[in-house]
Write a protein that binds this ligand. Structure first.
Ligand code: XIL
Length: 371
């Protein structure tokens, strides 16, 4: 009896301590685990910016300390007509980041995709120069001191490292690259300015990217960082190739950010690499092998792939400013519709029900074992 009483007396303390342990477990998050290494970001769609889903919203606030707008700051949305800007959603996006004390990244100023139709019709250099000046100056000054970094130019390179024949190159020649960075720096001298691309960890494109950065600097442009989009696959690119890229870009004095990280687990049509949003392919059952559930074996592969990538990121955390996932959870990923519409992909750390996947645990475990 005496012994039972003794335990009864201790019971509240035992319950409290297990409750605290539980609480601790619940408060462990990506952003806290990696807080001394780099920002952990996510891309937000319009509903998330507007906090439409309370469960998603609390997950975003718990796990991430950096945000990028997945679409709403692209020129077709923010600058739909020559004399018309629409900042309704980007105002909300910036306010969301400020309210939650997050690092706010602007995506993107000069990009050949998702342009408003009127922009694609610009044929002449005078008109294009005027567009660039107005577009960059208006947007960057509007958020001066509030947006921490910008993708000034997105995807100016071909995979072989040559310059993409975009509407900008065609009308202005390569000087447009230097001018874009100069205009952004003039509008907000303190924000960090990035060049962002996909496949720029591959040797040929990396070479082209290095030349491009040197050209921007030689022309008097201010450039602070390079964004590697990181739309990757289970088997490629190799960790060595990613490491060589981190070293090569940071040797130029730039910050390296991984800006749109996701890993497709689905077959790739014609071995397609990269993230050209204009490419689309026909669907078939063979190309959509896991419509209901991801098999455990692939779940494990994805977890191992994420672990080796984050292990490398930790090794070079002094050179890496931010790692941003392209979406919060699998259900919203653009990879469900690109490059084939209507597939079920599993590229992120949270599943469509917002549950952490094995890949989440593997990324977290890297930090636990380091302690
Ligand atoms: C994608 C968005 O995720 C999709 O919703 C949209 O339909 C197309 O663009 N590189 C980029 C991103 O820089 O802006 C792209 O985002 C993915 C590839």
């Amino acid at each position: 009896m005496k012994r039972i009483n003794h335990y009864l007396l201790l019971l509240p303390a035992i319950l409290l301590s297990s409750c605290n342990a539980q609480k601790e477990k619940n408060t462990v998050s990506l952003k806290d685990s990696y807080k001394n290494d780099f920002y952990i970001g996510t891309a937000l769609d319009a509903n998330q910016i507007e906090e439409k889903n309370a469960k998603e919203d609390s997950l975003i606030k718990k796990e991430f300390n950096a945000i990028t707008a997945e679409n709403i700051m692209k020129s077709m949305f923010v600058h739909p007509a020559k004399d018309k800007y629409d900042f309704a959603l980007s105002d909300k996006f910036v306010a969301y980041g400020e309210k939650n004390k997050m690092f706010i990244h602007g995506h993107t100023l000069i990009w050949h995709s998702q342009l408003a139709p009127w922009m694609t019709e610009i044929k002449d250099s005078t008109e294009m120069k005027a567009f660039m000046k107005d577009h960059i100056t208006t947007i960057v000054s509007k958020y001066k001191g509030r947006i921490d970094s910008w993708d000034v130019v997105n995807e100016a390179l071909n995979d072989d490292g040559t310059l993409r024949k975009s509407v900008f190159l065609n009308t202005l020649g390569e000087q447009y690259l230097v001018d874009a960075f100069k205009l952004a720096a003039a509008a907000d001298p303190k924000t960090d300015l990035y060049y962002n691309d996909y496949n720029n960890e591959e040797p040929a494109k990396r070479e082209g990217n290095i030349n491009l950065i040197k050209k921007i600097k030689a022309g008097g442009g201010k450039i602070d960082g390079v964004g590697i989009q990181a739309h990757w696959r289970l088997e490629s690119p190799s960790i060595e190739m990613i490491e060589e890229s981190i070293l090569a870009y940071s040797a130029l004095g730039l910050k390296v950010a991984f800006t749109e990280l996701d890993i497709t687990v689905l077959p790739n049509p014609w071995d397609l690499k990269g993230a050209d949003v204009n490419q689309n392919f026909e669907g078939s059952a063979k190309m959509n092998p896991y419509p209901e559930k991801l098999p455990d074996s692939v779940q494990v592969k994805l977890a191992e792939r994420y672990a080796s990538i984050f292990k490398l990121f930790l090794k070079h955390q002094d050179k890496i400013s931010r790692v941003t996932f392209w979406g919060v959870h699998d259900g919203q990923s653009w990879l469900n519709d690109w490059p084939i519409k209507g597939r079920t992909n599993y590229p992120l750390l949270f599943d469509k029900d917002l549950k952490p996947k094995k890949a989440y645990q593997s990324v977290m475990t890297l930090k636990e074992t380091k302690k």
